[in-house]
Design a protein around this ligand. Structure first.
Ligand SMILES: Cc1ncc(COP(=O)(O)O)c(C=O)c1O
Length: 386
């Protein structure tokens, strides 16, 4: 049975990327590696919209969040963590673990942060050294208006650093690091970049680089100064996940060949299809249309359907979706659609889910839901083209 992996990461790895990842090992201090590192980071910079530095760290995305904190901050620094879900909470906890004086600005789960309110909060408080933002909150299927939030933060007292968790958005959602004034953004190989887990991506702007000179949080493995010193030689300080980098290079090349606008439009259209399909199955979506993510769609589990058996029945049919996290465990389900995804996979997911719901006694019409999925996808693409 073919599996339809519709969790929000790790995402499906295309065959060509899988093949690239199984190539023979090379010397990570040799020229071939250096060329691969330089090419991959240069292409990533283009995708992210920065002329600044991009480092590849051997870790999952959380490692890059930690690297961001320890390379820009000192113990006792005032930090505002704008959190709209469980990944925003994690970013806050990392900063706390290293001794930052973290204040949480909590937004109701399922909604995005409002830039005007964040601006008012900043204006009414002592300056913060940094503000932590989540670009795309994977736990709720909500995308923050990062551009507007960043503008509000820069206008606030002390012009805090803008540190962004872009793990489930970068490469799939519109992002212009330099134009939006983002100081650091991070992501990871297993999300929109279509490779296996193992490499985190950290893009560092000029202000963040300067902040590193005075940041006093302890660091060793994650030290950006070390990463910089070795990147100049086409190397990483420590042994990198070479095989994952073979795959990441190909994933990044594919996104570059597709072109950022087309990639963004594809993700938006698949998300439109997902929303329409789920609504046709009479699920209600967590986020309001304006806040909805184009990489993760979250919906409430209908009353009377128990998540355990429902999920088990979908898995038995090869459909793998994610459940809720934290306080939303057992209450929502989440579809990932980032990276190597088109409307066929989403339509198949809607079909299978609808059939499982039928089996479980719900009056659904899977073919009609699939038709709604495809129609919304086409309409979204046509809207972009027009
Ligand atoms: C927004 C966000 N932040 C952080 C993480 C954690 O990343 P990782 O599991 O790669 O450490 C994830 C993973 O799903 C995420 O989606």
């Amino acid at each position: 049975m073919k599996q339809n992996l519709r969790i929000p990461g790790p995402t499906p790895v295309p065959d060509a990327v899988l093949e690239a990842q199984s190539a023979p090992m090379i010397d990570h201090r040799g020229t071939e590696f250096g060329e691969m590192l330089r090419e991959t980071t240069a292409l990533l910079a283009g995708l992210i919209g920065t002329s600044g530095e991009v480092f590849l760290l051997t870790s999952s995305g959380t490692g890059a969040l930690e690297a961001t904190v320890v390379n820009t901050l000192s113990p006792g620094d005032r930090v505002l963590a704008v959190t709209i879900g469980s990944f925003g909470d994690r970013f806050a906890r990392i900063a706390e673990a290293f001794g930052a004086d973290v204040e949480r600005y909590e937004v109701e789960w399922g909604t995005a942060a409002d830039p005007a309110r964040v601006a008012a909060h900043l204006a009414g408080n002592l300056p913060y050294r940094a503000v932590l933002l989540t670009h795309n909150e994977t736990s709720t299927g909500v995308t923050n208006p990062v551009r507007e939030l960043s503008a509000a933060i820069h206008a606030g007292p002390g012009d805090p650093l803008v540190l962004v968790d872009g793990i489930s958005g970068l490469g799939a959602l519109p992002f212009e690091m330099d134009a939006w004034g983002i100081d650091v953004v991070v992501s990871a190989s297993q999300k929109a970049f279509m490779a296996s887990p193992g490499i985190a991506i950290a893009a560092i702007g000029e202000r963040a680089r300067a902040a590193g000179d005075t940041a006093r949080m302890p660091r060793f493995y994650w030290d950006f100064a070390e990463a910089r010193r070795w990147a100049e030689k086409g190397q990483t300080p420590w042994t990198p996940a070479v095989s994952v980098l073979f795959g990441l290079r190909l994933g990044v090349e594919r996104l570059t060949a597709e072109g950022r606008e087309r990639t963004w439009a594809r993700h938006a259209a698949v998300a439109a299809g997902a929303a329409a399909g789920l609504e046709a199955l009479e699920l209600s979506l967590v986020a309001a249309p304006a806040d909805r993510s184009a990489t993760v769609t979250a919906a409430w589990i209908p009353d009377g359907l128990e998540w355990g058996p429902f999920n088990a029945a979908m898995r038995a049919r090869g459909l793998f979706v994610a459940g809720g996290q934290g306080k939303w465990a057992g209450r929502i389900l989440r579809f990932g659609h980032m990276g190597d995804v088109g409307i066929d996979e989403m339509a198949d997911a809607v079909q299978v889910m609808g059939e499982v719901m039928l089996q479980m006694g719900r009056a659904t019409d899977p073919p009609a839901a699939v038709a709604a999925t495809r129609r919304a996808f086409e309409e979204s693409l046509a809207g972009v083209a027009g």
